[in-house]
Design a protein around this ligand. Sequence first.
Ligand SMILES: [Fe+2]
Length: 191
Amino acid sequence: MVAATLPTLASAVLDLIEARATSDPLNALRDVLHMYVQQFHSTGSLVQEAVDDEVLLHVSPSLTVYHITLSPGVQYPPHNHLMDALVGIYKGSEMNLIYSPRDGSRVSAATRQEVHAPSVIHMDANAVHAVANTGPGRSGALHVYLGDLPGTRRQLWAADGLQPEDFDNARYLVGARPIALNSNLEGKETS
Ligand SMILES: [Fe+2]
């Protein structure tokens, strides 16, 4: 009898690279991500433990893949990606705050989305969002971007959503704060 092969982050990245090269990359990536999210979810644990909340697994001009394990109780600053993004959550949950434009370059949080594993969500290129982990333990997710995210000039806002600055990863990580929820936000559950 041949033992079943456990899915790995390395095999996920290879399959995502292949999906990105198809004629319908968004749907192909979504399908691959969905499959790995289900498989990783079934293990009941993080695929890889790391000290950092985010680990860059792959970057090319057309694809970026991170393994994200958010610390509980922490909320990151709002930011944009300027490219399509897929978030596949396989352990715990991520709270996704979707921001809307206000006057000028300001943004404000409009929608709170609780995304429970196993699930895959899509954000379009114009989305401004912030992530947090409201659960009791570290969450586990693959974040997939259809472009070179680290190499793209994009924006980061302070928690108050006022003046945007050029995105800087060190400032993004330093901007992590204890979760502060606005109870007036419209909320929805995804699972
Ligand atoms: Fe993001």
